[in-house]
Design a binder for this molecule. Structure first.
Ligand code: GAP
Length: 464
């Protein structure tokens, strides 16, 4: 399980700041503060149109890697509310805690293991405990699970929890999948969904929030094959980020030292990204051994094991878990893609996203709003949108419309002009090279779909 102390390791990233990304996200309606009209709610965020499309693309790419391009993993969507015994068995009720300290004077709450980097509520702000007025309590353990109540009576017996990870929903369904999906190790169960953690000091935009989406896969293997599969999944998950264009020098693997391992893990490595706040966890890959299946067996009384009819062997499978965050991955892709440059004396902000991640793949623009161009452009847009996500825009100068599309990362712009009526050709503009070529409308959709599937490298690598 990730802890906050892991955030902000060492050197800051290149010149893209979190503020750059936050302000673009707000300006273009990707992501904004939740409940803004009421002054916002601590560390919860809402995704607008382009944000939804971008995060959906991230999740789709994850599903594609997990079940689209292989046949040893099945999908699951388990309930957010689970039987409370789940969290006893998993160890969350007892151990999913952070040590915290309250200040009776300024009423702020701090992580006891992070006082050095905290600021107290006074102005000018000091470190908690640094002024005579500070009145700190002793450290006490604070459970990060959100508790609610099920049914009409609100007492201890009705307490249930919003899941703090999607993984446990997978373990409690192990037997179902074994029976109904007729699987045998090695096989995986994949799930994407919301998780909730009452983080004490959430921060850094969507990097650490109280409500977030996880993309987790539990891969069940024979015990003597666990190490090999652990290495395999480290490689696969790193390759996923590479293929989606994250710059290789902004990614690294960090094995956890023994004293950092979670209670369930015999080995964990993080894939870290060089965020503007420094190297930080993007995804954790853990060898969870047989901890979870054994715990749930003990607490539920159900046998969670595999019987190999060929060898006559019975065993509790070991689990390799790649656990990623959809919001955090979205942030990494945004940071990695963000670029600002001067073109012909004017500033241009551009998201150099992998085309498969881009919220909109192609924008169709009439050069001017007359001479039949809007009608022709609209017809082309309606034709293209059957094959790939397209947007039609006729408002404002062509330069402004290109800039708007650059800011949301649209890789291709198609302009319908006077010549289109004569020869059925359009100009095709490339977001990154700014190259414009004349192409026939006939075959354009095929060409764009082929480009979408082509290997891609971040143009920031060429520039840097
Ligand atoms: N089942 C293992 C597990 O949940 P984790 O390292 O705590 O492991 C996995 O979480 C991933 O979920 C993290 O690498 C991160 O991407 C994401 N994540 C965890 N807590 C988060 C939070 N508060 N806000 C946003 N993403 C978070």
């Amino acid at each position: 399980m990730e802890t906050e102390a892991a955030d902000q390791r060492a050197e800051p990233a290149d010149d893209v700041t979190l503020d750059d990304v936050v302000s673009l996200c707000k300006r273009r309606g990707f992501i904004f503060q939740s409940s803004e009209i009421y002054g916002g709610l601590g560390s919860t965020y809402d995704y607008g149109h382009y944000g939804v499309l971008l995060k959906n693309n991230v999740k789709d790419e994850w599903w594609r890697a997990m079940i689209g391009e292989r046949d040893d993993i099945v999908a699951l969507d388990s309930a957010i509310l689970q039987h409370p015994r789940t969290w006893e068995a998993s160890g969350h009720l007892e151990g999913f805690t952070d040590p915290l300290i309250d200040c009776r004077a300024c009423k702020m709450r701090f992580r006891a293991d992070n006082l050095e980097d905290s600021s107290c509520g006074r102005k000018p702000s000091k470190r908690p405990g640094d002024t005579d007025a500070c009145d700190l309590t002793d450290a006490r353990q604070f459970n990060l699970m959100f508790e609610t109540h099920m049914g009409a009576v609100r007492d201890d017996a009705s307490a249930v929890y919003l899941r703090p990870e999607t993984a446990q929903g997978i373990f409690v369904n192990f037997k179902n999948v074994l029976q109904f999906a007729r699987r045998k190790p090695p096989f995986g169960i994949a799930q994407v969904g919301k998780s909730f953690r009452n983080e004490i000091t959430p921060q850094n935009f969507i990097f650490r929030t109280r409500e977030f989406e996880q993309m987790e896969m539990e891969f069940f293997v024979a015990p003597d094959e666990a190490e090999r599969w652990f290495d395999y999944w480290l490689g696969e998950r790193r390759r996923w980020y590479d293929e989606l264009g994250i710059r290789p020098d902004h990614l690294r693997l960090r094995p956890h030292p023994t004293d950092e391992l979670s209670h369930y893990s015999t080995a964990t490595s993080d894939i870290e990204y060089l965020f503007p706040i420094g190297w930080s966890e993007l995804e954790g890959i853990a060898n969870r051994g047989d901890f979870d299946l054994r715990q749930h067996s003990e607490f539920s009384g159900e046998k969670l094991e595999y019987f190999d009819q060929q060898s006559g062997e019975r065993y509790v499978p070991h689990v390799i878990e790649p656990a990623a965050g959809a919001d955090r991955a979205t942030l990494a892709f945004l940071v990695d893609a963000y670029d600002a440059e001067e073109v012909e004396g004017r500033q241009r902000t551009v998201l150099r996203l992998h085309p498969r991640l881009a919220p909109v793949k192609v924008a169709v623009l009439p050069l001017v709003s007359k001479e039949g161009m809007p009608e022709r452009a609209r017809a082309l847009y309606e034709q293209l949108r059957r094959r790939l996500r397209a947007e039609y825009d006729e408002g404002g100068s062509i330069g402004k419309r290109y800039r708007r599309q650059d800011e949301i990362g649209t890789p291709w712009g198609v302009t319908v002009d006077g010549q289109t009526a004569d020869d059925d050709t359009v100009t095709l503009r490339d977001r990154d090279s700014l190259e414009q070529v004349r192409v026939p409308i006939d075959g354009l959709a095929d060409e764009l779909v082929a480009r979408l599937e082509a290997p891609w490298r971040s143009p920031k690598l060429e520039a840097g």
